[in-house]
Design a protein around this ligand. Structure first.
Ligand SMILES: *Cc1c(COP(=O)(O)O)cnc(C)c1O
Length: 228
């Protein structure tokens, strides 16, 4: 039987509890593939390049919730600020400042997740606790009116060692609990833990994920032309 996005999506959804949000990661995939998932009921999609998201946003239904899941360069924020649903990987005050500025220009509040470095081996983007504290306690941050910090995001090491992956997800959950009690105890909207991808989403859900970001399991393997 040939590969079907609809079948893959339906199978996947059976293993994801209702309260966990599934973001279908559609980076590098054509709008036809996204449309198939859309017709199967999927509304949250994830992209990691601003211009690619912008092109797809223009061609696809307006009720899609677009999640920016990659490293976002400050000079690209303007391409997505008008409509992006959640910027998942904020890892600097500089980026947050630009998001705040572009959100104000568009007269909206943009929800963001703080990305934490949780991988034990890999060098991936992300904050540590001290950096997060410094950011959240800065006057610059406190004055921002067009940002809503909605939770945390992290990527585990790319490994088949699920014990290690589980430790890393536990680490992110602990960071979330600490931030919730230290900085956001009054804020209902601080509630998301985005972790888990095709290879490790079941573990992420067991460890408390509220958002999982799944790409290849839905759309098939990605072919990267020259750059990734
Ligand atoms: C590509 C990507 C995903 C999805 O990866 P799959 O292994 O294809 O599920 C999830 N999160 C981020 C940040 C990504 O860049």
């Amino acid at each position: 039987m040939s590969f079907s996005i609809t079948d893959q999506l339906n199978k996947l959804k059976q293993g994801i509890p209702d309260q966990v949000k599934l973001v279908a990661v559609s980076k590098t995939k054509p709008v036809e593939d996204i449309m198939e998932a859309y017709k199967a009921g999927q509304r949250h999609f994830g992209e990691n390049k601003a211009q690619e998201m912008e092109t797809k946003h223009e061609q696809l239904p307006a009720d899609i919730a677009w999640h920016f899941i990659g490293h976002l360069q400050t000079n690209k924020v303007k391409y997505i600020a008008a409509y992006v649903s959640l910027i998942e990987a904020v890892d600097s005050l500089k980026l947050l400042k630009e998001i705040n500025k572009q959100a104000a220009k568009n007269d909206r509040i943009i929800p963001c997740l703080l990305q934490f470095h949780i991988a034990e081996e890999d060098t991936k983007f992300g904050l540590d606790r001290d950096e997060a504290t410094a950011l959240l306690e800065s006057d610059v941050f406190k004055k921002m009116k067009n940002i809503q910090i909605a939770g945390v995001m992290g990527m585990a090491t790319f490994t088949e060692d699920m014990d290690q992956v589980r430790r890393e997800f536990k680490h992110l959950k602990a960071i979330f609990d600490w931030l919730k009690s230290e900085c956001f105890s009054e804020e209902e909207s601080f509630r998301e833990i985005s972790m888990g991808m095709s290879g490790d989403y079941p573990v992420a859900i067991e460890e408390g994920a509220t958002i999982v970001r799944v790409g290849s399991l839905i759309f098939g393997e990605r072919n990267y032309p020259t750059t990734t």
